[in-house]
Design a protein around this ligand. Structure first.
Ligand code: SAM
Length: 188
């Protein structure tokens, strides 16, 4: 057994939680790694709602999913995740965020504390009991530490009767290894 890095562990958690037929959210589509992973898990009767500010990311992922015949159960929205509440009104079993910037793209387009927190809260509002919201937090870039602190402060204050909140990170690695935050809903 090898202890998994945060990104790999996020997929291990998603694969335990998401069942065929579920509705789920990818709040930061980027190149579509998580979108594709979740589209395979929800199957033909489920649905993935994907959000990204960058048109380039949405176009890239649309092609990727079309090539793999997965696009029929995915809706991709070229808008900020702070608008999730305007696009999704069904209960979800999972949501994932990869915070930071898209590697190989414009490093000035980063996720930001205020909009990230508003989207995380929207996802908790849509979450079914036992469902999980994950944030993989990259914070080595300018502005990253402020966002990391804001998200972890928010997650630490969630009512423990309603949510379990987990922080997972290698602590002896250089270069700010990403933190995985996983929040599970225990009750309504
Ligand atoms: N999961 C992605 C993948 O598989 O490639 C990587 C995501 S990347 C770390 C972060 C993404 O968040 C970027 O594509 C960026 O455009 C997007 N982003 C930044 N602010 C956003 C916002 N307010 N709403 C939605 N997406 C946002």
């Amino acid at each position: 057994m090898k202890i998994e890095p945060s990104v790999k562990y996020s997929h291990t958690i998603l694969s335990q939680v998401i069942k065929p037929g579920d509705n789920v959210i990818d709040a930061t589509v980027g190149k579509g790694n998580d979108t594709e992973f979740m589209a395979n898990l929800v199957g033909n009767h489920g649905h993935v709602y994907g959000f990204d500010l960058q048109e380039e990311a949405i176009k890239y992922t649309k092609k990727r999913l079309t090539d793999k015949s997965l696009i029929n159960n995915v809706d991709l929205f070229n808008t900020g995740h702070e608008n999730i509440h305007s696009y999704v009104d069904k209960p979800i079993s999972a949501a994932i965020f990869n915070l930071g910037y898209l590697p190989g793209s414009d490093k000035n387009i980063i996720t930001k504390p205020e909009t990230t927190l508003s989207a995380l809260q929207d996802c908790l509002n849509l979450l079914s009991v036992n469902g999980i919201v994950i944030a993989v937090i990259y914070y080595g870039h300018d502005g990253g530490k402020e966002e990391k602190n804001a998200v972890l402060d928010w997650a630490k204050k969630l009512d423990q009767k309603k949510y379990t909140s987990l922080q997972y990170q290698f602590i002896n690695q250089i270069h700010c290894p990403p933190i995985l935050l996983a929040i599970q809903k225990k009750s309504n």
